[in-house]
Design a protein around this ligand. Structure first.
Ligand code: HMG
Ligand code: MG
Length: 301
C-alpha cells in the first residue's frame, strides 16, 4: 500500500501533555499555549478534560480554558470526557467535540475510570445519545492497545472488538492508544490489521506514547497500513496519571519533521510549533522533550 499524501494531526498537548504535571500551571499559560498551537497551523486541539478534578487536579480549570481561548473558526477544540457529567460540563463551555476513553485491559479500566470495560461502554451509550441530540461529534479512545501496565499482554482481537463497539455506538473515529509506549512496529501493524477487519482504515487514528522510543517507528508502520490520523503532544509532554511509568506522548515537532521528510501534507509550520513547545517547556521549567526541537534550538544558539 502507498503511504498517504496527507494526514490530520490531533494535538493532545494541552490535555494529555499537561494532565500529569504536578506543578501549578496557570489558566492563562494553558490558553496562551493553545493559541500558539493554533497559530502554528494545528487545526484540532484537545484543549482539556472534564473528569473528576479529585482524580486529575491539573484539569480542574478546563472550563476556564475553554471560555478563555480566542477561537479560530476552522479549529476544532475538543474535550476529553469520562461520563455524562463530564459531557455536560464540556458542552456548557462550547467544546466542539468530545472524546471518550475505554481501555483494552480490565485492570487499566478499573484504575483509570473506576469501572469494568463493559460498564464503561454502557456509560458511553448514554453520553453518545446526548451528544447525537446536540450534534456533537464523539471521538473514541482505546487505551493500552499494545500492553497494560497492570496486566501485561493485550489481545489485538479484543482491541478490535472494542473499536467495533465504540464505532457502532456512534464514535466517528477510534484512536488506538499505546498508553505506555511499549508497542513495536510489527505489533502495531497487527493491531491495525485486526481493527481494520471491523472498521475501515480511515476511521482509525494512532495515539503513540514514546516511553520506549518507538513512537516514530510506529507512526511509519501505521502510515504503511494507510492510517491518516495521528495524535501527538507538543514538546513530547505527557503521560497518564493512572499508568505508572508512562512517559511523554510522541512529540508533535518530531511527527511534523518526519511528515515533512516524507512529503506528506499536514498544514503545520514547524518553527512556530517549536516556539510553542519552547514556551510551555520554559513555563514548566523543563527541557523540550522533542528531539527535533532540541536540534533546532541547539542550531539557533
Ligand atoms: P467515580 O469516583 O467512580 O465517580 O469516578 P462517581 O460517578 O462515583 O462520582 C464520584 C464523585 O465524582 C461525585 O462527586 C461526582 O459528582 C464526581 P461527590 O458526590 O463525591 O462530590 N464526578 C465528577 N466531577 C466532575 N466531572 C466529572 C465527574 N464524574 C463524577 N466528569 C470517573 C469515575 C470516571 C469520574 C473518575 O474515575 C475519573 O474522573 N477518571 C478520569 C481519569 C483520567 O482523567 N485519566 C487520564 C485520562 S485517560 C488517558 O490519558 C489515556 C488517553 O490519553 C489515551 C491513551 O494514552 O491510551 C486518552
Ligand atoms: Mg495518552
Amino acid at each position: 500500500m502507498q503511504i498517504p499524501k496527507d494526514v490530520r494531526i490531533v494535538e493532545v498537548g494541552p490535555r494529555d501533555g499537561l494532565q500529569n504535571e504536578k506543578q501549578t500551571i496557570t489558566t492563562s499559560t494553558k490558553i496562551k499555549l493553545i493559541e500558539m498551537l493554533t497559530d502554528s497551523g494545528l487545526r484540532y486541539i484537545e484543549a482539556g478534560s472534564f473528569v473528576n478534578p479529585k482524580w486529575v487536579p491539573q484539569m480542574a480549570d478546563s472550563a476556564k480554558v475553554f471560555s478563555g481561548i480566542s477561537r479560530k473558526t476552522d479549529v476544532t477544540y475538543a474535550a476529553l470526557v469520562p461520563n455524562l457529567q463530564g459531557y455536560e460540563r464540556a458542552v456548557s463551555v462550547n467544546a466542539d467535540e468530545v472524546a471518550i476513553f475505554a481501555a483494552a485491559s480490565e485492570a487499566f479500566s478499573q484504575k483509570n475510570i473506576n469501572c469494568s470495560i463493559a460498564e464503561s461502554i454502557q456509560r458511553f451509550e448514554t453520553l453518545i445519545s446526548a451528544a447525537k441530540e446536540n450534534n456533537i461529534p464523539v471521538r473514541g479512545y482505546i487505551s493500552c492497545v499494545a500492553g497494560c501496565p497492570y496486566s501485561g499482554n493485550v489481545d489485538p482481537k479484543l482491541v478490535a472488538k472494542i473499536a467495533r463497539d465504540l464505532f457502532t455506538m456512534g464514535c466517528y473515529e477510534i484512536s488506538l492508544g499505546d498508553t505506555i509506549g511499549v508497542g513495536t512496529a510489527n505489533q502495531i501493524k497487527t493491531i491495525i490489521f485486526e481493527v481494520a477487519q471491523e472498521i475501515s482504515i480511515d476511521k482509525i487514528a494512532i495515539h503513540a506514547h514514546d516511553t520506549y522510543g518507538q513512537a516514530l517507528a510506529n507512526v511509519y508502520a501505521s502510515l504503511e497500513m494507510g492510517v491518516q490520523v495521528f495524535d501527538s503532544s507538543v514538546a513530547g509532554l505527557g503521560g497518564c496519571p493512572y499508568a505508572a511509568g508512562a512517559s511523554g506522548n510522541l512529540a508533535t515537532e518530531d511527527l511534523v519533521y518526519l511528515l515533512n521528510g516524507l512529503g506528506i501534507e499536514h498544514g503545520v509550520d514547524l518553527e512556530k510549533l517549536i516556539q510553542a513547545g519552547n514556551y510551555i517547556s520554559h513555563q514548566l521549567g523543563k527541557a523540550n522533550q522533542s528531539k527535533v526541537a532540541q536540534a533546532f534550538n541547539n542550531k539557533c544558539k
